[in-house]
Design a protein around this ligand. Structure first.
Ligand SMILES: [Zn+2]
Length: 305
């Protein structure tokens, strides 16, 4: 059973909206490509894990803090007596491992050893479970999801699952006996409740409201600004996606909230932000449906219900 589905990382969304609304340095472009590639790899992994049939609970994309250290778990599987954690890498190309050193063969450059990251997360999660009074054991797995990846000189005892081994790995999980009880649901809820929503690792470029180009970004390609299609729909000139006006406006308001958590949501700000909607009445109607109006004389604003 999936307790928490994976969604597009907030950092990636914010970077893409920055890229569409202003000129960004090449560094940001690279960051977007890396995050996007990672997310695609994780999504492919999720699809493969759909064939899991053992009694279990899955929590995707968990950001935790234990003893003041933050760590990210791509996927966590509670299948008593164990908790499996998965670090998913969408690397491509030839790499070589020598002891603790990992190198790309094409560039010769050393890369961050993904096994160290995995063992750190495993150890921190173990400590957290102890603090929570759980006696489940933790097993970490490094998944290389891309068929174009090859690792030279990898000893067979490493906790790595290569893409061609994934089917067998899932079959071996399915062959294990596992039974979920209420205590495991309670543990999953507890982990979800301490999940950190805003990543302390995210590196966003500096931006402000005035410099960003206004308009409703297309939710499909994150590249075009929606234009009026007909009375009820907007359309993207870049990818031709048609969308219901209200859905598009709501997405645009949410994007505004994420980009400017300290700015007040007012009819005029959102009217300005959406640009393409020519009626303040429409904006007010949508805001009133989903937000609560805080009356403050001339400067009334809306807050989440
Ligand atoms: Zn589009």
């Amino acid at each position: 059973m999936i307790i928490k589905k994976r969604t597009v990382p907030l950092e990636l969304q914010l970077l893409k909206s920055n890229r569409a609304r202003k000129k960004v340095p090449e560094k940001i472009e690279h960051q977007i490509i890396t995050l996007e590639k990672g997310f695609i790899g994780e999504t492919i992994f999720d699809q493969r894990m759909e064939s899991l049939s053992l009694d279990s609970l899955t929590i995707n994309d968990l950001l935790l803090e234990t003893n003041r250290a933050h760590y990210q778990i791509d996927s966590l599987l509670i299948s008593p007596p164990k908790i499996h954690i998965f670090e998913v890498k969408n690397f491509e190309g030839d790499f070589i491992v020598k002891g603790d050193q990992w190198k790309s063969l094409s560039t010769g450059k050393e890369i961050k050893n993904p096994l160290l990251q995995l063992s750190r997360s495993t150890s921190l999660l173990r400590q957290l479970l102890q603090q929570l009074g759980s006696n489940l054991t933790v097993e970490g797995h490094l998944i290389f999801i891309n068929p174009e990846f090859y690792l030279y000189e990898a000893p067979p005892n490493l906790p790595i699952v290569f893409q061609p081994q994934l089917n067998r790995f899932i079959r071996s999980l399915n062959a294990q006996s596992s039974k979920i009880y209420d205590t495991h649901h309670t543990l999953a809820k507890k982990l979800l409740s301490i999940h950190i929503k805003k990543s302390p690792f995210s590196l966003l470029p500096a931006y402000d409201f005035d410099e960003l180009e206004k308009g409703i970004l297309c939710g499909e390609c994150w590249n075009g600004f929606m234009e009026i299609g007909n009375q009820h729909k907007l359309k993207c000139p870049k990818c031709n996606k048609w969308e219901d006006k209200e859905t598009a406006i709501i997405r645009c308001i949410e994007e505004f909230e994420h980009l400017f958590p300290h700015m007040k949501i007012t009819v005029s700000t959102i009217f300005d932000w959406c640009q393409v909607i020519k009626s303040k009445k429409t904006i007010r109607k949508i805001l009133s449906k989903r937000y609560k109006l805080i009356q403050f004389g001339r400067s009334s604003f809306y807050v989440k219900l």
